[in-house]
Design a protein around this ligand. Sequence first.
Ligand SMILES: *Cc1c(COP(=O)(O)O)cnc(C)c1O
Length: 415
Amino acid sequence: MSELSADTAIATEHVQELTGLSSAALSERYSNSLLGVFGTPQRVLVRGAGCHVWDADGNQYLDLLGGIAVNTLGHANPLLTSVITSQLATLGHVSNFFTSPSQIALAEKLLEISAAPAGSKVFFANSGTEANEAALKLTRRNTGTPENPRTKVIALEHAFHGRTLGALSLTYKEKYRAPFAPLPENVIWIPAGDIDALRAAVDESVAAVFIEPIQGEAGVRMLSEKYLQAAREITATAGALLVFDEVQSGMGRTGSFFASAPVIPDVMTLAKGLGGGFPIGAMIVFGEENTAWLTPGDHGTTFGGNPVACAAGLAVIHTIESQNLLAQVRATGDWLREQLSDIAGLSAVRGAGMLTAFELAEANAPKLVTAALDAGFIVNATDDSTIRLAPPLVITKEQLGSFIDVLPQLIAAAS
Ligand SMILES: *Cc1c(COP(=O)(O)O)cnc(C)c1O
């Protein structure tokens, strides 16, 4: 054994020791050492490959959730792994006093795939909520006078924008917000998809309108292109900024790079799928006039734009393009929703590309999640009657078909 591999073995000894334990033993260690904000983990996972993961007891699962729309290329993707490790071996972190080629390359690539007009710019963060924080800070500036900024923000009913205090202030669920009051004020929620309500709410006191083009956490509720287009016109007329939160719906998930395309907002936020599992968030600010709202000192981050995270983002975009994944995602997604529509006991099926939800006739979605796990499938309940699927973009019809085959039994087992 070389000196390095001997040292590696010692440095990871603690992890190796835990990897040998049963799920039950590890769950207990988890509860004793991790804060209980996530409840009890459903399984202890030790390994992944492609669209599959394995738990500590050796059971295999087809991952139909993809780390909540994150594992774009599946698990342990060889190219992503190689790009990340080689960037880490070259230059792992510099502060934002400096930059690196991978940071510039990813910014340029994001501007290209988002069809951003000249003068558009990118800010890198580490998560979705941070990308939205940056957007919220930026929208506090859109006024003629710094002494009297517009502060009113319009968000949509059922919106989810994150858990830090600023992003939380935009999140619709009272249950998430109430315990942490006071939050930034002056947020108004209007019914999603209602153009008249939007027109009535947006006047010259409004700083910004935040919209998820597909409301993922709300159970994959779709907004039409017509609505997004109307939002574009209404906000432009009022001088309010239009922010599209594409944290979940972006990066190829719906079969195009962004669910909102071809509508161009003032600000777009990204995270989840961007790094294919490596943490990264981004805010794209469209158009020269909007980039002027934030200037040196207005915002910052230690890790944001980290060379390794940016290299991961580049590998994800490269793979989506070189493997023509967008077309595959559209075709596979349409096929999946057709198959689901034929299944008895489902009251609704909706989605785009590899972001799908179906509603159960009975409010037993959590039970179905458990039954699916026992049968070797990872799915997620967004509420008592809705199941969400957000698998890796590389998933095949055959793999999805194995879930469709057992779904009627799972529905029966859950009711
Ligand atoms: C997940 C999500 C967020 C929050 O992202 P984090 O990385 O968990 O902070 C924000 N907006 C949307 C639409 C999301 O789906």
